[in-house]
Design a protein around this ligand. Sequence first.
Ligand SMILES: [Zn+2]
Ligand SMILES: [Zn+2]
Length: 258
Amino acid sequence: MLIDSHCHLEYDGLIEEQGEVLKRARSAGVQGFLNISTKQSEWDQVVGTAAREKDVWASVGIHPHHADDHAELDIDALRTAVTHPRVIAIGETGLDYYYDKSDRKIQQDLFRLHITVARETGLPVIIHTRDAEDDTAAILEDELGRGAFPALIHCFTASSEFGRKVLDLGLTISLSGIVTFKNAKELQEIAAELPEGRILVETDSPFLAPVPHRGKTCEPAFVRNTAEFVSELRGVTVEELAATTTSNFFKLFSKAAA
Ligand SMILES: [Zn+2]
Ligand SMILES: [Zn+2]
């Protein structure tokens, strides 16, 4: 059994045939999906899919790309949204200095706001970080100093130094199809060495289709290709990798197991 710990089922490319997309994934052995939101106007739809499909869960949050549009986000709106029984995580949130689509200070403030709700509720924060390792680590250290909260770095592509840092801070690391790309040597070395209890797999579909589907619309069924690739890197069977990552998923997202 595999779980896709990060997909965008409401995005163009998947929404048009969402039922078929889920069916194909289930046939490929994917038995759980975490449907991720990126802006407040999506929350109802993302949670609605999770309420309808018994193997889909939801996250609510604001992607750093959309931070500018949510500079006035009311923390109580987030607090209310996470009380839904199918909402098991907060995010995706974080910092994206590669595209810099929103003001960096607003990205940082919103990142901290998500963390506040994570600390209050015990729900994990799903962190997106790109070209922002130093600030991401600094905010995590500062906020963890104020009180614990669970968190993961999704679609991990950062340096091994940053990887060590976030593992030391207790975070989990989620690998997307990027790990299967030919030029991802450093990431492959990190993936081979990750502690068994700290590793998840995801698609980030409809983006980033893994080898051998590169260039196609990514869909949750393809998490199997990433899992197979990572299992080879780690010298285990894909069944073992699936069991490990599924167990890690339910430990981290404990509301899904309840
Ligand atoms: Zn992301
Ligand atoms: Zn995403």
